[in-house]
Design a protein around this ligand. Sequence first.
Ligand code: ADP
Ligand code: MG
Length: 265
Amino acid sequence: MTSSFPPVSSSRATTAPAVVANHLIKHFGDLEVLKGVSLEVPEGSVTSIIGASGSGKSTLLRCMNLLERPDQGELGIADEAIRFTRNPQGDITGLDRRQLQRLRAKVAMVFQQFNLWPHLTVLGNVIEAPMRVKGLSRKRATALGEHYLARVGMADRRDAYPAFLSGGQQQRVAIARALTMEPRLLLFDEPTSALDPERVNEVLGVIRGLADEGRTMLLVTHEMHFAREVSDQLVYLDQGRIAAEGTPEEVFDDPRCRQFMAPAA
Ligand code: ADP
Ligand code: MG
């Protein structure tokens, strides 16, 4: 591993956790995908999750966003706290619809495959969730959406449909869509993995800018140099368990994940 990037300053983060996951367990049928995962993301800091394919990274992120419902454990985001339990009938309890709505308004996610709605314009994509989930007026959502489209350099394409954009442009729109929710936590699931190599840097540049602004972010990535550069904290997930965590330097030096890192060095 080369060390061409300067160490990350820890001054950006405060100590208050914006996000706490406590002993999250998630099964798909008989397969236990998360085996008791606990992590804290301090307000204003960046945590990156690394690990092999199938180790449960996406499932963890989807649980943080409640796209998947954990079977057990606790989740705290800003001032919302949820405890998941299985009742004797095996149903999963611990969430009502209003709480789900409140929580969804606090967490926004950027997906590997962009997931833009093909039938909506760029601006339409960006204002949909703020209107539906947060109840903003079209006028207010449009003002916010235009602001964040400008932030990612996509203001001039506001009336274009996704099919007419490059992958990098689509992902920048997806980031603007997440930002327009003004979330407390931003989740990124391999945001550059589906991009042509020449498009990766324009998206990493946007994410780097958000990190520098002090946004609270949880990022799954295979871009090891980038993870090292922007992260305050690194988590190495191995078969549904956290096998190593700490500063990027600590985790990259940990023998348990050296082997995993080696191909990227
Ligand atoms: P990663 O993002 O680290 O590659 P995932 O969280 O996507 O890992 O997947 C972890 C494991 O859970 C894999 O074995 C995957 O096949 C399984 N899995 C993920 N989602 C589902 C699902 N909806 N139904 C059944 N199995 C799933
Ligand atoms: Mg994944």
